[in-house]
Design a protein around this ligand. Structure first.
Ligand code: NAD
Length: 489
């Protein structure tokens, strides 16, 4: 890996024009492992110019040819699976086994999904027979969909390649050109993707990757007058700033934001399954997935047994060096983030919460990781559902369990946060499943499962968890402009 990463602009790997860089730290060791361009508006301007220049030819390229190139990129990601998984693990602290099983295969799947979707799209047509002064007027309405131009794609650090490719794939497959701005915290696999895009033969300027901080590179992209489309995944406050910044130029903006996802466990649930999946849903990727079930609501008659088994499951997770193949629980993404997570646990203590396990920095798993950002899986009980640790996104390996007595009480607690991303329902009663899922204010509901993802389904959040949907037809529509042509017959 190079000592210093570069931006991909117009098919060339180039440093930031200012030559400024940021340190990229391996969270498991606390050591600088590479440097990343600290790009600013000059680099964004160059990338936008390249993307604009590439747009006419790329949008005019037959879908079959775009598909072929994008499928080749998917093949190259799979060819480099081990290298990419290792890089993702070093950069983010996630277990290498998770990166190899989930993050990197999903990045390839994202490209395959949209590269083939564009071969199967259709246009709407309406035969019209409308009343006119002299009798019926017949017309044919055809709705064309055109790529919108240059798309700005901004992603977070928790699933670096997975989420960035989830945006790049539909954007370029539908004929847009793109500027991807990965998280400055985890830039490595985005850099590698840039190299693979060149190898796959994507024409220069179709995909540009500009590294840098949010308030500089990210903000320059969002406010750029020649970027009509912004797809953003990240924190709710950042999403708010982006919505404001994009309003002046009437950008089309999709926002995938934070969550505080309720996991409702009813007494009639299959308990083995509910416990095992709740452990995974709470602690996978050290709890740093927007979809994690961080608030578990358990029917009172099974509450104590559930908590005992959840605690046992949490304590059984193998904490270790992320590069160790057997590790299940790696490092948090940074020391700063660990301090934020720990501050919520301290607050929970002060508010009278009972720390059933964890609640502190973990002992380093080996000498290599002696300065790493490791935090124990933590289960807390005894907190008011209205308190800050129950209301605000902690985004770490911390789960809070609350008992309930009735379905209505469970729903009231579940819905009483500003967020509305995902929820889970555990029950073997179909009628209850229908009743509860209808009333949950979340855009995604999983019944007796978690994170089962069919890429055709709408993905996103309601309330403060986001605006718009990604996935399937929603993504194809987001990146294209409908134009209705009415032909009088
Ligand atoms: P973040 O909002 O701090 O940063 C996300 C991205 O936005 C980064 O690339 C950052 O550089 C950029 N950015 C920051 N300020 C910007 C600005 N003013 N203008 C333009 N870009 C800017 O989020 P994070 O800490 O990287 O990620 C964690 C958050 O992401 C959590 O809240 C999590 O819930 C959320 N998330 C949501 C989803 C989802 O699908 N809903 C998925 C994953 C993560």
């Amino acid at each position: 890996m190079p000592d210093t990463l570069t931006n991909l602009i117009d098919g060339e790997q180039v440093p930031a024009q200012s030559a400024a860089t940021l340190d990229s730290i391996e969270p498991a060791t606390g050591l600088v492992h590479t440097r990343v361009p600290d790009s600013d508006d000059a680099d964004i301007d160059a990338a936008v110019a390249a993307a604009r220049a590439a747009f006419p030819a790329w949008s005019d390229t037959p879908p079959a040819e775009r598909s072929r190139l994008i499928l080749r990129l998917a093949d190259l990601i799979e060819r480099d699976l081990d290298r990419l998984a290792r890089a993702e693990s070093i950069d983010s602290g996630k277990p290498i086994s998770l990166a190899r099983a989930v993050d990197i295969p999903r990045a390839a799947a994202n490209f395959r999904f949209f590269a083939t979707a564009i071969l199967h799209t259709d246009s709407a047509a309406h035969q019209s027979n409308l009343p006119g002064p002299g009798g019926a007027i017949r017309a044919l309405n055809v709705t064309l969909r055109k790529p919108r131009g240059v798309a700005g794609l901004i992603s977070p650090w928790n699933l670096p390649l997975y989420l960035l490719t989830w945006k790049i794939a539909p954007a370029i497959a539908t004929g847009n050109t793109a500027i991807a701005k990965p998280s400055e915290v985890t830039p490595l696999t985005a850099f590698m993707l840039g190299e693979l895009a060149v190898e796959a033969g994507l024409p220069p300027g179709v995909l540009n990757i500009v590294h840098g901080r949010g308030p500089t590179a990210g903000a320059a992209l969002v406010s750029h007058p020649d970027v009509p489309t912004i797809s953003f995944t990240g924190g709710t406050e950042t999403g708010r700033a982006i919505a404001h910044a994009g309003a002046d130029t009437f950008k089309r903006i999709s926002l995938e934001l934070g969550g505080k996802n309720p996991n409702l466990v009813f007494a009639d649930a299959e308990l083995d399954d509910a416990v095992a999946t709740s452990v995974r849903a709470a602690f996978t990727n050290q709890g740093q997935i927007c979809l994690c079930g961080s608030r578990i609501l358990v029917e009172r008659s099974i509450h104590d047994e559930f908590v005992d088994r959840l605690v046992a499951g949490a304590m059984a997770r193998r904490l270790g060096d992320p590069l160790d193949e057997s590790t299940e629980h790696g490092a948090l993404v940074s020391e700063d983030h660990l301090a934020k997570v720990d501050s919520y646990v301290q607050l929970a203590r002060e508010l009278g919460g009972e720390i059933r396990c964890g609640g502190k920095r973990a002992a380093p798993p080996n000498n290599r990781c002696k300065d790493g950002a490791f935090y124990e899986p933590t289960v807390i009980t005894g907190l008011d559902p209205a308190c800050r640790p129950q209301q605000e996104e902690i985004f770490g390996p911390v789960v809070i369990v609350t008992p309930f007595d009735t379905d209505d009480e469970a729903l009231a607690i579940a819905n009483a946060t500003p967020y509305g991303l995902a929820s889970m329902v555990w029950t073997s009663n179909l009628k209850r499943a229908h009743h509860v899922t209808e009333r949950l204010d979340t855009a995604i509901v999983w019944v007796n499962c978690w994170m089962l993802r069919d890429l055709r389904t709408p993905f996103g959040g309601m309330k403060h968890s986001g605006l718009g949907r990604e996935g399937g037809k929603d993504a194809l529509n987001f990146f294209t402009e409908p134009k209705n042509v009415c032909i009088r017959l």
